[in-house]
Design a protein around this ligand. Structure first.
Ligand SMILES: Cc1ncc(COP(=O)(O)O)c(C=O)c1O
Ligand SMILES: N[C@@H](CCCC[NH3+])C(=O)O
Length: 467
């Protein structure tokens, strides 16, 4: 390994590294704001989460593994519940869902947002009260809708005229009344990656307020005896820090809410402003705390409702990432380390780990930034700018684009990546027939496997030609 002086590495890479990256004084230090609350380095420099030394966790359960800090998850859920005390809080299960998490969510007094028959099945298997479920999706099938109706799901968020027709038929056949919200598009350009923004006009979700489609959908639902109109639903996107997007969306949605009251004489009892609250993946992200968000959102809603002369409806939100994201980290084992020359003086250190884009697709898909730390030992070595990559057959198989790691990082070391709770296990794949890692809950020095590691037999079980 070439020797480097801390502080010169950034210059070495020139335009290949982000301008905000600075070599840390000590690459062993944990940037605690990026980690779950119980994460710390012990006397030997090994990472502990929930009182569990990750060296021991890997010795027992193997790597890679997602490590879920139960206390952290519960305290973030509770912070939303308490911060948004006048709201209903729906945990967005798409971020990460398993039966254990459904039970934690219910125990902490939150409701649950689901968006497929599969997520509904997990919620029901966990014993969730169906009334506390909100069912999303732009293309729910007849079977999914029928199952939701029969189970008694508390709200179905309708997203198209076809779905309204489908639901009327299904409810009529069953002699039921379906409680519905209307997903509207507020025409907001949220400041986030294009693939995770959902309130601009040119995308697949919702009924446009601007075009009049949202008003027409509401009027149609209001006329249908098989449907109970609960209210409007807006979700502007994900990983959002700038509250102006929420403000503009809330104004437009409440204006529609008021128009419905004026012209149809219907005071819809509810209003959902969605999720999307950003978390810190690197030191560049500065998230707001739930109480502050609640105050800001509550003020906007009240101000707008007062301005329109309508009663304030029961407001709900749907945070996913902000609850589970920081509660999990992924621990990997290093397999190979390589120095790659970029030009005359610059090079990059590639640290290959035993997972990659199959357990975290976000870097490849959204150009997302992550950070990491050496998790099994203290190192005296100086920091070197490294790129943590996976084991897949893609050059875009990157887990952490840029991070300063001790220059003596070597095969057999453990590397842990914080902030992997949301949209990592839930978006994991079997690419290259790599089995998906387990989710291991940690608390008070104990581990509990809440989702076991996938095996080759699990994968081969689907292969009808296998013996
Ligand atoms: C309708 C809806 N609600 C809630 C969420 C949760 O978003 P986040 O995990 O960013 O809070 C999403 C995902 O973006 C969503 O589509
Ligand atoms: N999957 C996205 C979030 C969008 C979720 C659903 N609307 C992410 O990883 O950031």
């Amino acid at each position: 390994m070439r020797a480097h002086e801390a502080g010169t590495l950034h210059a070495d890479l020139g335009h290949n590294s982000p301008p905000w990256l600075r070599a840390p004084r000590d690459p062993n230090d944990l940037v605690t704001s990026l980690w779950s609350t119980t994460a710390k380095k012990n006397g030997e420099g090994a990472l502990e989460v929930g009182g569990v030394d990750l060296r021991e966790l890997v010795a027992e359960h193997g790597s890679p593994a997602y490590v879920l800090d139960e206390d952290d998850f519960r305290s973030r859920a509770r912070a939303f519940k308490l911060g948004f005390k006048d709201f209903d809080v729906y945990y967005a299960g798409k971020a990460f869902l398993c039966t254990t998490v459904v039970r934690w969510v219910m125990e902490e007094g939150l409701n649950l947002d689901i968006c497929s028959g599969g997520e509904l099945a997990v919620a029901l298997r966990a014993g969730a009260d169906p009334k506390r479920l909100g069912f999303h999706g732009n293309n729910k099938s007849e079977q999914e809708l029928a199952r939701a109706l029969e189970a008694g799901v508390g709200r179905i968020i309708v997203d198209s005229e076809h779905e309204i027709s489908r639901l009327i038929e299904l409810a009529k056949e069953r002699g039921l009344v379906a409680p519905v919200m209307v997903r509207v598009t507020a025409g907001v350009e949220a400041h986030t990656h294009a693939y995770i923004a959902t309130a601009h006009e040119d995308q697949k979700f919702g009924f446009s307020i601007t075009s009049g489609a949202a008003y027409e959908a509401v009027a149609r639902i209001n006329e249908a005896p098989e449907l109970e109109l609960l209210g409007l639903h807006s979700h502007i996107g994900s990983q959002i820090f700038d509250s102006s997007g929420f403000e503009v969306a809330a104004k437009r949605v409440i204006a529609l809410h008021a128009r419905v009251s004026d012209e149809l004489g219907v005071d819809m009892p509810e209003l959902d402003l969605g999720g999307g609250f950003g978390i810190a993946y690197t030191t560049q992200d500065d998230p707001s705390d739930p109480a502050q968000l609640a105050t800001e959102m509550g003020k906007i809603v009240e101000h707008e409702c007062r301005g329109h002369g309508v009663d304030v409806p029961k407001v709900s939100i749907e945070p996913g990432r902000a609850i589970v994201g920081p509660a999990m980290c992924t621990v990997y084992s290093v397999g190979t380390v390589k120095e790659v020359s970029l030009d005359a003086d610059a090079y990059r250190t590639y640290v290959s780990v035993d997972g990659g884009m199959s357990d975290n697709i976000r870097t490849a898909l959204y150009d997302a930034d992550y950070s990491c730390t050496l998790a099994n030992r203290y190192s005296e070595a100086e920091p070197t700018l490294a790129r943590v990559v996976g084991k897949h057959c893609e050059s875009g198989d990157i887990v952490v684009k840029d991070e300063f790691m001790p220059a003596d990082v070597k095969p057999g070391d453990l590397v842990a990546v914080p902030g992997t709770g949301a949209y990592c296990r839930s978006m994991a794949s079997n690419y290259n027939h790599v089995p998906r890692p387990p989710v291991i809950a940690v608390k008070d020095g104990q581990t509990r496997v809440v989702v076991r590691r996938e095996t080759e037999d699990d994968m081969l079980a689907l292969d009808m030609g296998a013996e």
